[in-house]
Design a protein around this ligand. Structure first.
Ligand code: OAD
Length: 253
């Protein structure tokens, strides 16, 4: 009976399907710890940053994992607890609004999930995801962590100790090739809340075209940074990103 009725709903769907033919500008966003600072997650290199309290060699390296895995797990347990208790802020939310007007791809150095919890649909994590664990023998065996604790004796299905699903110093960055491709296809590039100190992430903007408009939001953004077509906003992300989003919608959509 239903199939013989003319169906308005299908007609509407057909019209909507035609929309992707209209090209949307692609905005690629590189984020760092600064975008989550106003959510209460510490950055690494600011005055009260994590690397002022811990030596990264002692908590975020394969050598540290080999020498004292329990301490490494505890360090990341505290980070995970902090992330679970945090909420996305105005900067994360504003990037979600951009998706109504642009094809938005987020490349984050952050291991938190605040972009996803805000509602961003296309996010890659260069340095891993704190709310996941993986086998210490087989990087393809990845699991969600229930709650905030990962303990010695928690095993993957291959029998190996579970480790945080994060990238440690000296380890490969498997998502980097995907990030390069994204940057190459950017029509607009945003850099938000990163000191651009850690490679290869800090080189990503170099893969965007010279003529691509670029915006760098960070209270400590370095004016000497050598990026073509760059506008610097030396402000906190929570106020600057919503303003920048409005500007982009008004001028580039
Ligand atoms: P950093 O701690 O190096 O830099 C954080 C940046 O955020 C600084 O430039 C601050 O000025 C800026 N910032 C602080 N508060 C802000 C706010 N409210 N709004 C906007 N910006 C703000 O952190 P990342 O550059 O993300 O890697 O560090 C990169 C990597 O180094 C991390 O992913 C981590 C770390 O070691 C690993 O652990 C593998």
């Amino acid at each position: 009976m239903f199939s013989k009725q003319p169906c308005k709903h299908k007609l509407v769907l057909y019209t909507e399907k035609a929309k992707p033919g209209v090209m949307q500008n692609r905005i690629v966003v590189l984020t760092g710890a600064g975008i989550s600072a106003e959510s209460g997650i510490k950055t690494f290199r600011d005055d009260d940053g994590l690397w002022k309290h811990y030596r990264f060699e002692e908590v975020a390296s394969p050598e540290a994992w080999h020498k004292h895995p329990g301490d490494v797990l505890e360090f990341y347990n505290q980070r995970r607890k902090n992330v679970i208790e945090a909420e996305p802020n105005a900067a994360h939310m504003a990037l979600v609004n951009l998706e109504d007007y642009f094809d938005v791809k987020i490349i984050t150095q952050n291991v938190d999930d605040l972009h996803e919890r805000a509602g961003s649909k296309d996010v890659i994590h260069l340095h891993g995801e704190i709310r996941k664990a993986r086998s210490s023998n087989d990087p393809s065996l990845i699991y969600p962590v229930e709650g905030w604790e990962l303990n010695m004796g928690d095993k993957a299905e291959d029998g190996s100790q579970l480790r945080p699903h994060v990238v440690w110093f000296g380890e490969p960055v498997p998502m980097f090739d995907i990030a390069i491709e994204m940057a190459r296809e950017a029509d607009i590039l945003l850099i938000i809340g990163t000191s651009l100190n850690v490679y290869p992430a800090a080189s990503i903007y170099q893969f965007a075209g010279k003529d691509v408009p670029k915006f760098y939001v960070d209270p400590e953004a370095n004016k000497t940074v050598n990026i073509e077509n760059l506008k610097i906003m030396k402000e906190k992300a929570g106020t600057a990103v919503p303003d920048l989003v409005t500007y982009l919608i008004d001028n580039f959509k």
